[in-house]
Design a protein. Structure first.
Lengths: 398, 201
């Protein structure tokens, strides 16, 4: 131990807010061939940017969002917005990703449903939603589409690509696909290879959607569709983002206060009121709320497509070995995992870093002790902020 | 410069002298990356640290040193033989649960191993034990027993015996007097305060 003295902490400036932001649309009007071989005559990506692009156009931090996220990762769209973008605690003036220094870019991914082309978009050939005629999407397709957006914006390189969960998969794919373009990668709470357990959960979600008669083989009007199936899919998936400990802390066995709402299940004849199948525990009420708010913003077919993209993600199989997959990477990597994450547990994140190191790349690994499960990567954590800030500020050795 | 900093600097200089410029160096128990930072600056090494504690990793990242948070033995097992040009284990051996396993694993994963430790056989430690009858305390180990991490103190005689028993080759040794600066040629197990070994297998 050569350094008993404490480091002088870098005093972060008082963080500010990104403030009012607005989304933009990038319309690519040339044919795009997906990894599956299927094509589209063009596509749209909805994106947001914060901060200023510098003169050398190389200060961009690209944020890759996870399954249910979108391009709106910081700031607000209107002063009346109840909540800011999904990673507002992380991105802004003086924050971990400092918009005084960086040009932050985040795009809704291809196959999504928040403004980018996906199965709910209208097929120009028919005037109807694509539904299942939309091409199958992979993580690599998502990245390739975003590279076209970067080219459109005239970026010369990416200072860093940051993302958690499926966002982390995109981060790794970015480093592999465009090695000379990506300077730094920060994959959080992710994996290089979707595990059997994760595929299993995705499949339960998909079956909930596809077994709902309103799914109708993906053919449903906008705003309609398998609302029950999508709700159940989201409720189930949400459990995988939490942990036993955090659920026990947050809900325990607490009962809901209100009695059964109108139209709720009645107790079977002769049974006392407590013996019903209606919401009794707070955790049930919470999950139902999560499910119901999800169906108002998410498309069931997009859910199928994106979970399939997750399932297909396997850098090891694609290249023969993970070291081979990372052979071309030029970026320096900072990987962060969270002890209570059982969806993409620390071991899977360690494997990424070990393979990068075996391939001779510069990579660091840190682990945060949290009890919030997979969703920990969105946590307000001064330790995470300090780590990311240091990594983005650290000089890069040749 | 206070005494402790001066001592640390001597330690780093000798470790640095044994490192090949531009080589791939793994530091076990890297702390906040001070040594690797020094080796990167002076020897242009490709450094990598391992430590158990998040804040140590944070310190490394802050210095531009790559580091891995985790158990050093498990970490080394993930690498092919002779992957690292040199492994460094500086003032860490006395805190290991299974020092032999770590040292042997380091000699597999690395072409050479530097081990540095404070000599428990140093006369002041003996006098301390004899007259005070208490855990040795000195400018390096300043803490009371109840403030200290579990330690498995090692003397030069212990370490030489270990190397002989395991067939480890001592390529170089630097045995330093109590000032950690002057070479100690006479009865080092009694008069050396600090020992550095350059090992191969």
């Amino acid at each position: 131990m050569n350094d008993a003295e404490e480091d002088i902490p870098i005093a972060p400036p008082e963080p500010g807010e990104v403030g009012l932001v607005e989304p933009h649309d990038f319309v690519y009007s040339q044919p795009f061939t997906f990894e599956s071989g299927q094509t589209l005559p063009g596509f749209t990506l909805r994106y947001e940017t914060y901060g200023r692009l510098n003169a050398t156009r190389d200060n961009t931090v690209l944020i890759s969002h996870a399954l249910s996220g979108d391009h709106h990762c910081a700031g607000i769209h209107a002063l009346t917005d109840p909540k800011p973008g999904w990673w507002n605690n992380f991105i802004g003036p003086g924050k971990a990703v400092d918009t005084n220094r960086f040009f932050v870019l985040c795009a809704n991914l291809l196959g999504g449903c928040q403004g980018s082309s996906g199965p709910s978009s209208l097929n120009p050939a028919t005037g109807l939603p694509f539904g299942l005629s939309f091409p199958f999407v992979t993580i690599r397709d998502m990245v390739r589409a975003q590279k076209l957006l970067c080219d459109h914006l005239g970026l010369t390189s990416l200072f860093a690509v940051i993302g958690g969960s499926m966002g982390g998969m995109q981060v790794l794919q970015w480093g592999i696909e465009y090695p000379a373009f990506v300077r730094r990668m920060i994959p959080l709470a992710t994996t290089a290879r979707e595990s059997a357990q994760a595929i299993a959960f995705n499949e339960v979600g998909r079956q909930a959607i596809m077994q709902d008669p309103d799914w109708n083989r993906g053919d449903y009007p906008k705003g309609g569709g398998p609302r029950v199936g999508l709700t159940i899919a989201r409720m189930m998936a949400h459990i995988t983002y939490l942990s036993d400990e955090s659920m026990d802390q947050k809900f325990g066995r607490r009962r809901t206060k209100s009695s059964a709402p109108a139209g709720a299940d009645l107790p079977p004849a002769g049974a006392p009121a407590a013996y019903t199948f209606d919401v009794q525990f707070e955790v049930e009420s919470y999950l139902r709320h999560q499910g119901e708010s999800f169906i108002n913003r998410f498309d069931a077919n997009s859910y199928l497509y994106i979970t399939r993209a997750l399932d297909h993600f396997d850098l090891t199989a694609a290249a023969g070995s993970l070291e081979q997959a990372f052979a071309a990477v030029e970026a320096e990597t900072l990987s962060v995992a969270f002890t209570s994450d059982w969806l993409f547990p620390p071991a899977q994140n360690r494997e990424i870093v070990l393979a990068l190191l075996r391939a001779g790349k510069r990579a660091s690994y840190a682990e945060l002790s949290t009890n919030l499960g997979h969703d920990s990567f969105l946590l307000e954590s001064e330790e995470l902020y300090a780590l990311v800030r240091s990594f983005l500020g650290s000089p890069q050795s040749p | 410069m206070n005494k402790l900093v001066a001592k640390r600097t001597v330690d780093m200089q000798i470790i640095g002298d044994w490192v090949e410029p531009g080589s791939r160096v793994l530091d076990l128990g890297c702390g906040r990356g001070v040594l690797l930072d020094y080796l990167q600056q002076t020897k242009q090494v490709r450094g990598l640290g391992v430590d158990l504690d998040f804040h140590k990793i944070l310190g490394c990242v802050r210095r531009g040193v790559t580091a891995y948070q985790g158990d050093m033995e498990t970490f080394m097992r993930a690498f092919p033989s002779r992957f690292f040009d040199r492994v460094i284990c500086s003032r860490t051996v006395q805190e290991l649960i299974d020092p032999a396993a770590v040292i042997l694993e380091a000699l597999r994963a690395g072409r050479a191993l530097t081990v540095g430790f404070v000599n428990h056989g140093y006369w002041k430690n003996r006098v301390d034990a004899l007259f005070r009858g208490r855990k040795p305390r000195n400018p390096v180990y300043t803490t009371e027993w109840f403030e200290s991490r579990p330690a498995n103190p090692v003397s030069i005689a212990d370490f030489e015996g270990f190397c002989a028993a395991k067939g480890i080759t001592v390529a170089r040794r630097a045995l330093l007097r109590g000032d950690w600066h002057t070479p100690c040629g006479f009865r080092p197990n009694l008069f050396a305060g600090y020992a550095l070994y350059d090992l191969t297998m």
